[in-house]
Design a protein around this ligand. Structure first.
Ligand code: HEM
Length: 150
């Protein structure tokens, strides 16, 4: 019954999954960039306060809703009959990447709050490195779902 409905909705579900995923990734890649620049501005300055507003808006209005939408449409796809071969490995590797991306999202939330309270002590280099983590996880997730190598 629900499988039949999801099969009917499939092209729309996939389109919305991809739109949400692109918006989420944009945030996961750009927020640590903002942190890199924010590191260069002393607390209390006008630019530091502006970064706080930019970080807040990106996180609250783009990243979090986009993550929820990616998950919602992704779960709908997983429940669509015939898309996932549950005995193959690729879906589970993709799931690990997705959990990693959600974990990165959670850590970024904590760092954002540290910046907001002017108590960030992490060096700029740390955020430069953290910029690469969602990139790698995204690449593996997409190869898994598109190539389905195992
Ligand atoms: C709870 C999280 C997620 C679940 C359960 C999920 C599940 C799925 C499923 C079942 C499909 C359909 C595969 C098919 O049409 O054959 C799909 C498509 C896709 N997903 Fe996800 N996904 C999730 C998150 C993500 C994330 C975070 C990314 C990217 C970083 C992503 C990238 C893609 C792409 C590119 C496709 C299209 C593949 C194609 O054209 O066939 N997904 N997803």
């Amino acid at each position: 019954m629900i499988g039949h409905l999801f099969a009917h909705l499939y092209p729309w579900t996939k389109a919305l999954h991809l739109i949400a995923m692109v918006a989420w990734m944009a945030g996961l890649l750009y927020l640590p960039r903002l942190f890199v620049y924010h590191c260069e501005t002393p607390p209390g300055t006008e630019s530091s306060e502006r970064f706080k507003v930019m970080e807040y808006r990106l996180y609250k209005f783009i990243m979090t809703p986009a993550m929820i939408a990616t998950f919602t449409f992704g779960i709908m796809l997983a429940l669509t009959p015939g898309l996932v071969d549950w005995s193959a490995g690729w879906f589970y590797v993709k799931l690990v990447c997705v959990i990693g991306l959600a974990g990165t999202h959670g850590m970024m939330s904590r760092w954002r709050k540290d910046f907001l309270a002017d108590r960030n002590r992490k060096p700029q280099k740390f955020f430069r490195i953290m910029n690469e983590v969602p990139t790698l996880l995204m690449m593996v997730a997409i190869v898994m779902v598109v190539v389905q190598p195992f």
